[in-house]
Each structure stands twice: as C-alpha cells, then as structure tokens.
Design a protein around this ligand. Structure first.
Ligand SMILES: Cc1ncc(C[n+]2csc(CCOP(=O)(O)OP(=O)(O)O)c2C)c(N)n1
Ligand code: SF4
Ligand SMILES: [Mg+2]
Length: 296
C-alpha cells in the first residue's frame, strides 16, 4: 500500500459549513498544506465565502478578506501592494474563487492582475456552476449538464455550449505557472501549490471540485468521482511552467460513461450524446499529449 506524504499540519479547523462531501473543502485543506500559515486569502461571493462560518468560530487559521464577486484579481493586487509597501515578502497572497467568479464575472480583474504580473496565486475551485445561489449554469459548466437554468425537457434544455477553457485563457497571458489539480491526488496537488508559491508573478491553479447537491451525486463518492474525472481524461492533470506543458498524472483511459453515470446531472444524455462527449475528451487529450511531446 502506498503511503501518502503530504504535510500532516492543518491550517483549517474541522467544521466548515460546507455540505457533506464538498470537494471545495478539500481544495482549501490541500492548498493550505502546500502554502503554509504565512498566507492571506481573498475570497469573493461563492460557497467558500460562507463556508468558514462566522467569527469567532471561523474555521480558517489564516487571515481572509471577503471581496466583491467580480473583484478577486483587484483585491489580491491591493493586498500584495500593501504588503510590498510594508516590506513583507514572506506572505503568499491567494485569490480563492469559484468558477462563476473566475471564468465569468471576475475575468477582467483576473486578467488585469495576470497582465501586471502581480505576485500572487489565483485558485479557481471548479464545481461547474453557480452553486451558492442554487446551481445556475456558468461558463465552466460542461456541455450536456443539467443546471437549474439549463433544465432538461424545457425549450432551453441542458447546456449546449462547451466549457470555457480557462487554462488556455490564463496561459495566453504569459503567466509563469498554471496547473490543474484534483482532490483525489493530494500529493500532486500539494506539490503544485508549493511550485506556485515559489514562482514569481501571477500563478493560476484550476481545481475540479465535486459538489454533491449540484452534481446530484452521492456525497460519499467525492474522491471516487474526482479520481474518475482524471482516469476518464475528462479532467487531465497537467502543469504549464514558463510555457512548457507537462502531464503530471496519466489517466487510465476509462470510458467517459464511468464518470457521467455517477452524476444525476448527466442522466438525460443519449448514447449518441455520450459518444460526442467521448470524442471531445479524446481530441482534447490528444492535443495535450502532442503538445507535451513537442515541448518535453
Ligand atoms: C455582483 C454580484 N452578483 C451576484 C451575486 C450573487 N452570488 C453570490 S455567490 C454566487 C454564485 C457564485 O458561483 P461560483 O463563483 O461558481 O462559486 P460557488 O457558489 O459555486 O462556490 C452569486 C451569483 C453577488 N454576490 N454579487
Ligand atoms: S453547494 Fe457544493 S460547493 Fe457549495 S458547499 Fe455544498 S457541496 Fe460545497
Ligand atoms: Mg461554482
């Protein structure tokens, strides 16, 4: 049996107000294990804005600034500037936002921070919809998924647009480090958090974050489903360091049905539609592998 070697230290107390089986809880835990206690978080409106609970029974051991929904990139820039003015160099500034707050409403502030090269880490925990307000579709919701604003059987029907490719958007800014991480692969996650901490400039981490109510999944299967996302190549684990791409964990090439069938949000899909999703996953993986071979 393999031994997990991530740090034992915890920078969050147990007892967030997240739902049972919330993947975002683990994203925060693993991130802070990698970054350590000299970290300041800025968090916009999202599930994690309420998950810490109320002071003085707040579950985070590191300071947190609560910023406006669209303002994470601006907020992390302000915190960095204030620390720089005070000559504080050993504190890692982190913007920690949901997918809606990142790929949609917060994109301009994030783009500005990336273009300025603000020395901070931006983490997007991706539960693939606006969950805190009731499972509305976001730009990160995958093609084919049910949400409350893409209901099945209505004239609008399930989501018909592909997931926005935020990794490519961030890479196009020429940032020094971008990586995808999974709560099913904590060692890979913590290693990437440390790398992001050590690089200078704006770094981006994309964490897939299973959400039992939003994905209509069993809350006891969070890790299993996160692992299936990697093993079916729906969510490949890779990093782009100074423009060079490397796949950090190979998926097992399992059929996409193995992942889709764990979640009620995909229950309505026909065989033909699943085939179409499989083709899309296969071609995205091929593009990643070809790029890795060119740059490796
Ligand atoms: C300007 C503004 N618009 C809308 C809202 C309402 N709102 C709060 S949280 C949220 C959903 C956030 O979605 P996401 O960023 O994906 O995070 P999640 O809730 O999924 O964790 C919305 C729409 C707000 N707080 N501010
Ligand atoms: S709605 Fe989803 S992301 Fe939000 S706390 Fe619950 S499980 Fe976590
Ligand atoms: Mg979300």
């Amino acid at each position: 049996m393999s031994r997990v070697t991530i740090p034992e230290v915890e920078h969050a107390y147990p007892g967030s107000t997240g739902c049972p089986g919330c993947g975002a809880n683990l994203v925060m835990r693993y991130l802070l294990k990698g970054l350590g206690e000299r970290t300041i978080l800025t968090i916009p409106a999202c599930c994690w804005a309420v998950m810490p609970g109320y002071w003085p029974s707040h579950c985070l051991k590191v300071p947190m600034v609560y910023c406006a929904f669209e303002a994470t990139g601006a907020s992390l820039s302000g915190i960095r500037a204030a620390l720089d003015m005070k000559g504080v160099e050993d504190v890692t500034v982190v913007g920690f936002a949901g997918d809606g707050g990142t790929v949609d409403i917060g994109l301009q502030a994030l783009s500005g921070a990336a273009e300025r090269g603000t020395d901070a880490i931006y983490v997007m925990y991706d539960n693939e919809a606006y969950m805190n307000t009731g499972i509305q579709r976001s730009g990160a919701t995958p093609w084919g998924a049910w949400t409350t604003t893409t209901p099945v059987g209505s004239s609008r029907d399930y989501k018909r647009e592909p997931k926005k490719d935020i990794m490519s958007i961030m890479e196009a800014h020429g940032i020094p480090y971008a990586a995808t991480v999974s709560v099913a692969h904590p060692e890979d996650f913590v290693k990437k958090a440390k790398k992001a901490k050590d690089a200078r400039g704006l770094k981006f981490i994309h964490a897939l974050s299973p959400c039992p109510p939003g994905w209509k999944m069993n809350p006891m299967k969070t890790i299993e489903i996160a692992r299936l996302a990697v093993d079916t190549n729906v969510f490949p684990l890779y990093e782009v360091e100074n423009g060079r791409l490397r796949i950090t964990k190979k998926g097992k090439g399992l059929p996409i049905e193995d992942y889709l069938s764990t979640q009620g949000r995909f229950r309505h899909l026909t065989e033909e539609e699943v085939k179409r999703m499989q083709e899309s996953v296969d071609s995205s993986l091929k593009a990643l592998e070809e790029r890795e071979a060119r740059e490796g």
